[in-house]
Design a protein around this ligand. Structure first.
Ligand code: SF4
Ligand code: SF4
Length: 236
């Protein structure tokens, strides 16, 4: 498949399964047959993934991207062999990083959960395709990644504003919203992947979804007190 199809989520899913190294081969930059230039997407994704790996304490050398053509079989074999040697030298995932399996799993799981959010931040920052590997390399600094994780957003439904229209519930891709007819809707923060869809789709006249950053998310309304008292019904 096109290297541009290799998603950030695929890379961290591999590490979550205990894979010691991930290698991605793509066509030479600027030689893509399509206007999409998927190999630049792949480069962007790999550089971002490497920064994230550093952030969680994994050696970024466990991930490599190389560009080559279908006619360069010898180069492909040499490159893969050199990567395999490098990963063998690093040993099992987490070993050379001084982390046990549980620590690796929980850190990778946290990143995996945030992949949709990280991709959204990346897309907002990227805007358009850049022109060189150097420009992609400078897109996310260590400080940017620190900030990204420090200021990760959460979404919260304001119980005083929710009108139980269920638009958010129907559109949430993670089944993270709990609600029903005439019930204040709440977000299950454990399931939420922070895609921001609920924030986008909640009708402006309700404006019930809040974006929260750098502060704790208020606790959800207890189950027994979620019924919305409609004015018309209250009067009748
Ligand atoms: S941000 Fe909203 S729509 Fe997206 S997963 Fe979380 S609750 Fe669902
Ligand atoms: S879209 Fe807004 S008003 Fe409708 S259920 Fe969701 S939070 Fe409540």
């Amino acid at each position: 498949m096109c290297s541009g199809r290799v998603d950030l989520g695929f890379v961290f899913r591999a590490f979550s399964k205990g894979i010691d190294g991930v290698f991605i081969g793509g066509c030479h930059l600027n030689e893509c047959n399509y206007v999409t230039h998927g190999n630049y997407h792949a480069l962007n994704m790999v550089l971002l993934a490497k920064r994230i790996m550093e952030h969680i304490g994994l050696n970024p050398e466990r991930l490599r991207i190389e560009f080559m053509s279908g006619a360069e079989a010898t180069l492909f074999a040499e490159t893969v062999n050199s990567f395999v040697r490098q990963v063998k030298k690093l040993g099992p995932l987490g070993k050379s990083e001084g982390m046990d399996q549980n620590e690796v799993k929980s850190k990778v799981a946290e990143v995996t959960r945030l992949v949709p959010y990280i991709k959204m931040v990346n897309n907002n920052k990227l805007g358009a395709r850049l022109n060189s590997p150097e420009e992609y390399g400078g897109l996310f600094t260590h400080d940017d990644i620190e900030q990204l994780f420090r200021e990760v957003v959460s979404y919260y439904i304001d119980p005083a504003k929710c009108q139980a229209c269920s638009t958010c519930l129907k559109r949430c891709p993670a089944d993270a919203i709990v609600g029903g007819k005439n019930l204040i809707h709440v977000i299950d923060q454990e399931k939420c992947i922070k895609c921001g869809t609920c924030f986008e789709v909640c009708p402006p006249r309700f404006g019930a979804v809040r974006k929260i950053s750098c502060e704790p998310v208020p606790p959800p309304v207890p189950e027994g007190v979620r019924t919305i008292a409609r004015k018309s019904k209250a009067l009748s």
